[in-house]
Structure formats: structure tokens, C-alpha cells
Design a binder for this molecule. Sequence first.
Ligand code: ITT
Length: 199
Amino acid sequence: MKIILATRNNHKTEEIKRILEDSKIEILTLKDFPDIPEIEETGKTLEENAVLKAKQVYTAAGIPALADDSGLEVEVLNGDPGVMSARFAGPGCSYKDNNLKLLGLLKGISREKRGATFRCVVALALNPDDIRVVEGKVKGFVTENEIGENGFGYDPVFFYPELNKTFAQLNSEEKNKVSHRGFAFRKAKELIKKISNIE
Ligand code: ITT
């Protein structure tokens, strides 16, 4: 079964390919369909954005599409940056800008109040009228500084207490075992296997 990943984020693509590599799902990416235009994320929730990305890419490519919309929800910020995670520090900002903005907002806030959840919502468009949604999440804390070099986005400021490390101190295999994306795409993989009768 061929499926197109509806993401332009290379870090996500690498993580997702690794999670799905032990299945018979053949993964294509937007690089295989260079004419598909950029999709505007106009939804108010991760779920709305995941669904709209999967639908539009299905329509443009004509094969089942898997989209990931994800973000970091910080308790003391009432769930921000959430759906705005990619653009938290403004249009065109870097991962570093976002991390510095977050650390600045949490300056002086004690460890117990720095709780945060990474959420990943995955939409699978089997056709434009049949969209399945699954989700994965993981809880941790926002650090006081950036720590670690691996991963992307908020990984250097997301401390995962069970391993006593930030996500940026894990390699991609270690991260996938415990991450929001790992949980969500393993659920998506099971769903695809069930629907298509493949291993
Ligand atoms: P696509 O829409 O093309 O998939 P994107 O980077 O714009 O790529 P999102 O809209 O889902 O993706 O925004 C998610 C942002 O949340 C992303 O840019 C990161 O800043 C952050 N993020 C998501 N998953 C993450 C992870 O596993 N580790 C660290 N940061 C993550």
C-alpha cells in the first residue's frame, strides 16, 4: 500500500519513516509530488489542521495521505504555544527563537509549574470523505535552558523525567519509543494494517 506523508518537515519525515519501516507500507513524500502547493494551516486545533492537510494532499496526489499536526502545550501558559507551536515567536521564526521565547516566558517559574505535554494528531485520509484521526501524547517539563543537540523544535527544552533527559539528548530511536509522534504513528500503523489487510 502506498501512502503519502503530508508534511514538509524533514525531521518529522525521518522520525515517521523509522516508525513505519517495519511494515509493508510504502511511504512517499511531498518531494515525490513537487507540484503540490504549500498548505495553509488555518485550523484552530491540531486535529483540524491534521485533517485539512491530509484531505488536501489526498486530493492533490490521489492516494491515501497521512498528516501530522503537533505541538507543545505548556500548563502555565494555558496550553500555549499549542497549535501555534511552529510560529510561536512570529512569522518566519526559527526553532531557537521559539525556545528562547518560551524560556523567557517561564523565567522564575518553579519546576512544579513547568509541566508540558507534547501532542501529535495524525489524520489518515483514505479518501476525502473517510478520514481517521489518532493521537499520541507525552508529559514532561520545560527546562530552564536548552539542553542537547538532537531532534528539532522544542526538543532541547522538553525534559522527560522517566529518562532524566531532554528529548534533544535522545537519538531518534530512543525518542520514537516514548514520543507523542511514536505513539500516534504506531496507532496509525495498526489502523492501516487492519484496513488494508497487510502486515
Ligand atoms: P508540517 O506542517 O509540514 O508537518 P510543521 O513544522 O509546520 O511541519 P506543525 O505545523 O505540526 O509542523 O508544527 C509543529 C511544531 O511543533 C514544529 O515546528 C515544532 O516547533 C514543534 N514540534 C512538533 N513535534 C515536535 C517534536 O517531536 N519535537 C520538538 N518540537 C516539535
